[in-house]
Design a protein around this ligand. Structure first.
Ligand code: CP
Length: 342
């Protein structure tokens, strides 16, 4: 199988609207280093321990702040949401986060159909236009590197809401916050990641995020065609995180702090028969939870799910994919906006 562009965007069309070779004024993507103000968020590479914990402290504060006070934080500010790929959670939670902080949004869902991109406008020009009207841009795009490129082009902060099979940093931050809220630490964790590790941008960002902390071990379970690429595996290992490949559900250690299930990503496949063969390779059901989960193991999934978690698991108190994870998605994004745009 090969990772490929999604069917709803042909590569030829993408090459028309994005010119990655175009020379533009350099705009560095800075590390956060404890100062979020006016920074872009395109990768977990920008974060260190101090910055993650600073964000989480802000998120905890926001959760306790009265609504009236929250509404002043982004009063008069406008955030543009440009989603070139479909989204339920990331779009809605960013939208809710801005509005709950008193800001307003410009919303483009499916700009390939509804904006001047359809007339051939480049991503660079689109970003340069949108920054005239807004204080920050949240962008999702099927092509790896587009968020970074947008951040380089724009003079306002750009937040990566998912770039193809690359990264999804705010999802990783909300996942890490959910784990942190439960265990009060991000050190010394044992986690399990299952599914499409090759194409899963949430997986890539979460491994990077957990690598910032000490003594973490992640067990990796994927169909052999969908394991981490050799390059990613080597690069992630070099960050000091312990990555352990396992071959079956029976090998899942019974003392994990969290299980992180993911869907096999249909839109990244050229061969739909291959997708059908692999999509339900590993199913999370009640029996598996009874046999291999610990009493405190968080059952996580970035969603959407397409059959790989049975609905019979939904009411298990350890299951957070329909509750704490999406809720924290909104709060973590509120935390980020409040620090970046204050
Ligand atoms: N978790 C996530 O990115 O979901 P959406 O694709 O619905 O935004």
């Amino acid at each position: 199988m090969g990772a490929s562009a999604p069917p709803f965007f042909c590569l030829k069309f993408i090459s028309l609207v994005i010119d990655m070779n175009k020379i533009s004024p350099p705009h560095e993507i800075n590390e956060i280093k404890g100062t979020f103000l006016h920074k872009d968020v395109v990768s977990l590479d920008q974060f260190d321990r101090k910055s993650v914990l600073q964000l989480f402290s802000q998120v905890k504060k926001i959760k306790k702040t009265p609504v009236k006070k929250l509404l002043k934080i982004l009063s008069g500010k406008v955030v543009a949401l440009l989603f070139f790929e479909p989204s339920t959670r990331t779009f809605s939670s960013n939208c809710a986060a801005v509005k709950r902080l008193g800001g307003a949004t410009i919303e483009h869902q499916n700009p390939m159909q509804t904006s001047s991109v359809i007339k051939g406008e480049t991503i660079d020009d689109t970003i340069r236009m949108i920054e005239q009207y807004s204080d920050a841009i949240v962008i999702r795009h099927p092509l790896v590197g587009t968020a970074r490129r947008s951040a380089e082009v724009a003079d306002i902060p750009v937040i990566n809401a998912g770039d193809g099979i690359g990264e999804h940093p705010t999802q990783a931050l909300l996942d890490m916050f959910t784990i942190y809220e439960k265990f009060d630490t991000l050190d010394g964790l044992k986690g399990l990641m299952v599914g499409d590790l090759l194409n899963g941008r949430t997986i890539h960002s979460l491994i990077k995020g957990l690598s910032i902390f000490r003594n973490n071990t992640i067990y990796l379970l994927a169909p052999k065609q969908l394991g981490l690429s050799k390059q990613d595996f080597k690069e992630f290992k070099s960050r000091g995180i312990n990555l352990v490949g396992i071959g079956s559900l029976k090998e899942i250690p019974t003392n994990c702090h969290f299980w992180y299930w993911t869907r096999v990503q249909k839109e990244r496949f050229d061969d739909k028969k291959e997708y059908e063969k692999l999509r339900l390779s590993f199913i999370l059901d009640k029996k598996l939870v009874e046999e291999r989960a610990g009493i405190h193991t968080l059952l996580m999934h970035p969603l959407p799910r397409v059959g790989e978690i049975k609905t019979e698991v939904d009411n298990d108190p350890r299951a957070v994919y329909l509750t704490a994870q999406p809720k924290n998605g909104m709060y973590v994004r509120m935390g980020l906006f409040s620090l970046i745009l204050k």
